[in-house]
Design a protein around this ligand. Structure first.
Ligand code: IPM
Ligand code: MG
Length: 361
């Protein structure tokens, strides 16, 4: 029987509540498929700072490297707002991305038909939305040098971050974009700010060159400001988008609203030897600890883990179908419930999906 080692890093806030539900779903899937999972936990984010003083617990990186895949929750929260920049909870996640060379972040945003009315946007706008945001994850402003703050004697200061990309970094994420688009509706929008930034001009030049290898995919270049507008105006015009780190951070949050709720959106971070899977929603301090968070994003991230790291396509389908069924049956967590509907809690939603997975097994 195949055994897969999964590193589990729940992190902070609702990460600690939704990640166990994804683990339970994987266990149920494993049983049906004759595969066993070994889950090994490590601390990351604020939880790691509290216990060890560092945003990534000693041994956590090694644990991740040994694993077949990483299931990640979320990091951060008001409790750690005051800590020094270099040990903020977010640094734990950024270190993992960089150390594991997870340069390609896939963030699908699909509007489930039964959740059309959960989105604050009009039905006529969001209906039929099915897009994939591919965000470059290890370059740009997040990691560029030089960076830092200079303090002047007169009390003033100057802070710098650098948006830098090499042609190699652009080429590899562009290839991911074309490969993914090829398996979807064969349309790729490359998002940049080439009318202002030289780094975007290089981005556009490289993406255009790589396009030569993918004649079956239609490429368009979109300026990021225009893209932000088009996403809420006519999201159905897009299929696959590829963009640099910061633009992708912003646009993927925007795209989440098209899917009804951030609580629905999974993600995969790929490129290195081991993939990392995390819900897009973050720690949600406002609802953390109350058992009401939506575990679907975490569970759909587990489905992506099955698909991309373990090549268990049928099992990934099974999880996605289970989520779909439970939603069709009318079950909703608070973030996607209509007024007057009694919402299911985190655990209850997990139970429903586990049961549905078992029923299909
Ligand atoms: C995300 C988050 C992270 C990011 C934070 C938590 C560092 O917003 O994954 O989108 O900015 O990349
Ligand atoms: Mg973000």
């Amino acid at each position: 029987m195949a055994t897969y080692r999964i590193a589990v890093l729940p992190g902070d806030g609702i990460g600690q509540e939704v990640t166990p539900e994804a683990v339970r779903v994987l266990k149920a899937v494993g049983k049906g498929a004759g595969v066993s999972f070994e889950f090994e936990e490590a601390l990351v984010g604020g939880a790691a700072i509290d216990a060890t003083g560092a945003p990534l617990a000693p041994g956590a990186l090694a644990l991740c490297r040994r694993a077949h895949a990483i299931l990640f929750g979320a990091v951060g929260g008001p409790k750690w707002e005051g800590v020094a920049h270099e040990v903020r909870p977010e640094r734990g996640l950024l270190a993992l991305r960089k150390e594991l060379d997870l340069y390609a972040n896939l963030r699908p945003a699909k509007c489930f038909p039964m959740l059309v009315d959960a989105s604050p946007l009009k039905r006529s706008v969001v209906e039929g939305t099915d897009l994939m945001v591919i965000r470059e994850l290890t370059g740009g402003l997040y990691f560029g040098e030089p960076r830092g703050v200079e303090r002047f004697a007169d009390g003033g200061a100057r802070a710098v971050n650098t948006m830098a990309y090499t042609s190699r970094e652009i080429e590899r994420i562009a290839r991911t974009g074309f490969e993914v688009a090829r398996k979807r509706r064969k349309r790729l929008a490359s998002v940049d700010k080439a009318n202002v930034l030289v780094v975007s001009q290089l981005w556009r030049e490289v993406v255009t060159r790589v396009a030569g290898d993918y004649p079956d995919v239609t490429l368009e270049h979109v300026l990021v400001d225009n893209c932000a507008m088009a996403l809420v105006q006519r999201p159905t015009q897009f299929d696959t988008l590829v963009t640099e780190n910061t633009f992708g951070d912003i646009l993927s949050d925007e795209a989440a609203i098209l899917a009804g709720s951030m609580g629905m959106l999974p993600s995969a971070s790929l490129g290195g030897a081991v993939g990392l899977y995390e819900p897009v929603h973050g720690t949600a301090p406002d609802i953390a600890g109350r058992g009401i968070a939506n575990p679907i994003a975490a569970i759909l991230s587990a489905a992506m883990l099955l698909r991309y790291s373990l090549d268990m396509q049928q099992e990934a389908d099974r999880v996605e179908r289970a989520v779909q069924r439970v939603l069709e049956q009318g079950h909703r967590t608070a973030d996607i419930a209509a007024a007057g509907v009694r919402p299911a809690g985190t655990r209850e939603m997990g139970d429903l999906i586990v049961r549905e997975v078992e029923a299909q097994g």
